[in-house]
Design a protein around this ligand. Structure first.
Ligand code: FAD
Length: 402
């Protein structure tokens, strides 16, 4: 079944039977790769079981560095109308106001962003709505069969199916868990509206290692104030159940210093909770197929590097590897290996994993080394807070005074 606009029930157009590149999974990685390849004149098909990406809790904001990657790929004009830009983030550390950060950030609902990107796919790259039931890969041709019997032949298969295991398993690759139940991400709406806030956005870091809180970030998405909180806990533990039952009470206890900015933490939606595992892939060096985005590696949302990592995969494939691969006959594993060995991609994945692990250690580890590191960091921050307060207290010099 194929369609671009409309519901999951939209009638089908036939999927193109012969393509250069078949992409399975129309999330961030798959949709953006299909767009840039389509714009470059490649024959591409993009397949996903759902016409409309459901509104699940995923990335809800990116920073300026990640927006630059969209700009580099010529996608920023598509992305900008789908996001809420903001700057001037009030940062609280150690229970006190620390700084107003001037950097730009861009907030969105993940489902709405992906659906907007799907609607803007080039007309020659329709979204094929269907379930892949058979995959066969080889050094020359890749063959997909969809549930409705449609057969698609491609020179290259790209797997961009995120956390989903079905297609990965059918091809025979294995997900390796590097850190199971690494963290929890929690998302909820605050009752206060952006127009009633005297600030644009707030970030508040946890104070004690025993709280296991990385930070809470509050920011506008359209006419809602949204909160994301990242904690090093598990879904099953009592703390998480208590938080879900009464987030207002727990937030007032944990972060009273920002309660006034957050409408006394009155919450206007259920608390969405997602457990995150750090994972990588084994057995992926194969003829004819490449794994990208979360279908290859998953990192932790706390340092906010997921979308950047996905977009680096897309950029390197689009601007370096796929043009080279299509220039010469065949699509054997050694050719595709150049992507997994690409220093830009390797550095991006390694850095994503490194900061994911570090963010947890610096927040929760209780060994001497980590206590010393926290003390050093917090002393430097405390001195900055005192210095700023003293600058405010010092009488201003009149012009002409010595
Ligand atoms: C709670 C949470 C918060 C996050 N916060 C941040 C953040 O603040 N900043 C940040 O940078 N990153 C964040 N991330 C990470 C970021 O959301 C992901 O790295 C990114 O969305 C991955 O994109 P993707 O395209 O690889 O996968 P996805 O967007 O998951 O896309 C996968 C697609 O594959 C499709 N699919 C699945 N199975 C099949 C199949 N069998 N056949 C065909 N299609 C299939 C799905 O329908 C989906 O459309 C967060 C992640 C989570 C879970």
């Amino acid at each position: 079944m194929t369609s671009r606009k409309g519901s999951d029930m939209t009638p089908a157009e036939p999927a193109p039977a012969e393509v250069d590149v078949a992409i399975i999974g129309a999330g961030m990685a798959g949709t953006t790769l299909a767009t840039v390849l389509g714009n470059a004149g490649r024959k591409v098909t993009l397949i996903d079981p759902h016409r409309v990406h459901h509104d699940e809790f995923r990335a809800e904001k990116i920073g300026a560095n990640q927006m630059q990657l969209f700009e580099k790929l010529g996608l920023d004009k598509m992305v900008m109308p789908l996001v809420t830009p903001f700057t001037d983030v009030d940062v609280f550390r150690l229970g006190q106001f620390f700084a107003r950060e001037k950097k730009w950030e861009y907030a969105f609902s993940y489902g709405a962003l992906i659906n907007g990107l799907r609607d803007a796919l080039p007309s020659q790259v329709p979204l094929t709505v269907g379930k892949v039931t058979e995959v066969s890969t080889g050094p020359d041709r890749q063959r997909l069969v969809l549930a409705d019997g449609t057969v698609i032949n491609a020179r290259l298969l790209v797997v961009a199916t995120g956390y989903s295991e079905l297609v990965r398993r059918a091809i025979g690759v294995e997900r390796i868990e590097l850190s199971k139940a690494h963290s929890l991400s929690m998302g909820f709406d605050l009752a206060v509206a952006p127009r009633d806030c005297t600030y644009r956005a707030v970030t508040c870091y946890g104070k004690r290692a025993s709280d296991r809180v990385a930070y809470l970030t509050v920011f506008p998405i359209g006419d809602r104030m949204r909160a994301n909180m990242f904690v090093y806990r598990t879904v099953a533990e009592q703390w998480t159940r208590d938080f879900r039952a009464d987030p207002q009470k727990m937030l007032c206890e944990l972060m009273p210093e920002i309660s006034a900015q957050c409408g006394n933490f009155e919450v206007a939606s259920p608390v969405e909770v997602r457990q995150v595992n750090l994972t990588t892939t084994q057995g992926h060096r194969r003829d004819g197929v490449v794994f990208i985005g979360d279908a290859f590696v998953t990192t932790c949302p706390t340092p906010g590097v997921g979308i950047g990592r996905v977009m680096i995969d897309v950029d390197q494939l689009h601007s370096v590897h796929i043009p080279r691969w299509l220039e010469t006959p065949g699509m054997a594993a050694d050719k595709i290996g150049a992507f997994y060995d690409d220093p830009v991609k390797v550095a991006s994945d390694e850095e994503g994993m490194r900061v994911s692990v570090y963010a947890k250690q610096i927040t929760t580890e209780t060994g001497l080394e980590w206590r010393v590191r926290r003390l050093r960091n917090n002393t430097a921050r405390q001195l900055m807070i005192i210095g700023r307060k003293m600058r405010h207290l010092r009488p201003r010099r009149e012009p002409g005074m010595a």
